[in-house]
Design a protein around this ligand. Structure first.
Ligand code: DQA
Length: 144
């Protein structure tokens, strides 16, 4: 089974960007960890980051017919703004885990609302890079 992992805007700057909130690991290091856990769990993992809403939506559309079995998505700032991304996720038939490094519910009021959560299978936030690893286990549990 192949799991698609999408990272939204500014996550390419992980490691340098507000490390006290998002941690010191780079996106490449996080991706390697997810791929490694995937190997241990018998899952193939594909990762994609974009700073562009449309590119993320195009990748989601591709996932409908490319054999993707499940999705992890950290929509980053688009979590709080994007009806279009929400609509693209609502079109999927596979389990979707919304992931955040930080606990968005304990942060500024504008981060406490997610357009994505109502159309996700579940949400994992607040565990730094471990959020992605927990999400990978969660999506596998749902698939099993
Ligand atoms: C984030 C939280 C968002 O509010 C923020 O815009 C991000 C990262 C997180 O992983 O904690 O870019 O999604």
């Amino acid at each position: 089974m192949t799991i698609l992992v999408l990272h939204g805007p500014n996550l390419n700057l992980l490691g340098q960007r507000e490390p006290e909130i998002y941690g010191r690991q780079t996106l490449a290091e996080i991706d390697r960890e997810i791929v490694q856990l995937g190997i241990e769990l018998g899952l193939s993992v594909e990762t994609f980051q974009s700073n562009h809403e449309g590119a993320l939506i195009d990748r989601l559309h591709l996932s409908i017919n490319d054999g993707t079995s499940g999705l992890l998505i950290n929509p980053a700032g688009l979590t709080h703004t994007s009806v279009a991304l929400r609509d693209a996720i609502a079109a999927l038939k596979v389990p979707v885990v919304e992931v955040h490094l930080s606990n968005i519910h304990g942060r500024e009021p504008f981060r406490q609302h997610s357009f994505i959560s109502p159309v996700a299978t579940g949400v994992i936030c607040g565990f730094g890079h471990h959020s992605y690893l927990l999400a990978l286990r969660a999506v596998l549990a749902r698939l099993n």
